[in-house]
Design a protein around this ligand. Structure first.
Ligand code: LIP
Length: 278
């Protein structure tokens, strides 16, 4: 219910936002988690499970705690309790909850609540996209040289990932595009394409829980979502482009290169090149 949502964010996330936080590291020195991330996810999943005991869940912190990530055809809730945890730790004002509901591996509705901005983005498949109740429309821009592009540096700190990400930005700026922005949360980044405030977003390395909801919000706002290699969007591939038009999306796919990263639904015991890691 909206009350639970409101309670979680008003009372738990916003009050913790101003406080000093205990920070734990996950996959890299820039991949952080706090007790608030874990607490919000637990409360949300238990509340939804009470109402829908048959449904499945994919939660960022449940997976981090070792739960197997599996997307089946069953009704599944894909949850990121705090998207933009680094922002949350630093009190940088872009922090969001992202909730997607998928059936047959396809998102049917998605919610992104950017709590410091008090902006509620939502979409239902075939029902359009909205921001605080107002309809959303992507910009429709077709000329890459008139585009504002959003991306992220992400949490990877290995040389290959960093050189790939920085050379992607270099090539885009040389196209040229009007500029490149990064808000520090994939979900809010991507919603900027749905509002028309930005014309494109691309990212390599984020997870299904970061983008499952915002991808539908962009599509329902008339935008285009695809993989960075130009193929069909796959929320498990950890590579995505969202754009104002197919022309802009395809132009970015020509410029952007990806670094190897394990699919979200791939067995973590496998090494990046697929062989069992010893
Ligand atoms: C974050 C994403 C961001 C990405 C970070 C991290 P989190 O999600 O929103 O786009 O660059 O690596 O994945 O960890 O704050 O939920």
């Amino acid at each position: 219910s909206w009350f639970l949502f409101w309670f979680l964010y008003e009372f738990i996330v916003l009050s913790a936002f101003q406080q000093q936080k205990e920070v734990m590291l996950k996959s890299s020195p820039a991949d952080l988690v706090t007790e608030t991330d874990q607490r919000v996810e637990k409360i949300l999943i238990s509340a939804i499970r009470d109402k829908y005991p048959q449904h499945k869940f994919i939660g960022e912190e449940s997976v981090a705690a070792g739960e197997r990530l599996e997307l089946s055809d069953s009704p599944t809730w894909i949850i990121d309790p705090i998207d933009g945890t680094v922002n949350f730790v630093h009190r940088f004002p872009f922090v969001a909850i992202s909730i997607a509901f998928a059936v047959n591996k396809q998102t049917e509705f998605g919610i992104v609540y950017s709590c410091v901005e008090d902006k509620l983005y939502c979409a239902q498949r075939g029902g359009g996209a909205f921001l605080n109740g107002e309809p959303l429309h992507a910009s429709g821009q077709e000329d890459i040289s008139r585009c504002l592009v959003v991306t992220e540096i992400g949490a990877e700190r290995d040389d290959l990932a960093l050189s790939t990400m920085t050379s992607n930005i270099f090539r885009l700026l040389k196209l040229p595009v009007h500029g490149v922005r990064a808000l520090g949360t994939a979900a809010v980044d991507m919603c900027q394409v749905a509002t028309g405030g930005a014309d494109a977003y691309y990212h390599i390395g984020m997870h299904c829980w970061d983008i499952a909801a915002s991808a539908l919000i962009v599509q329902e706002a008339g935008g285009v979502v695809m993989d960075t290699d130009g193929s069909q969007f796959d929320m498990m591939s950890r590579k995505v482009i969202a754009a104002s038009s197919s022309a802009v999306a395809n132009r970015i796919a020509q410029v952007v290169q990806a670094f190897p990263c394990r699919r979200d639904d791939e067995d973590p015991s496998k090494s990046l090149c697929g062989a069992a890691s010893n």
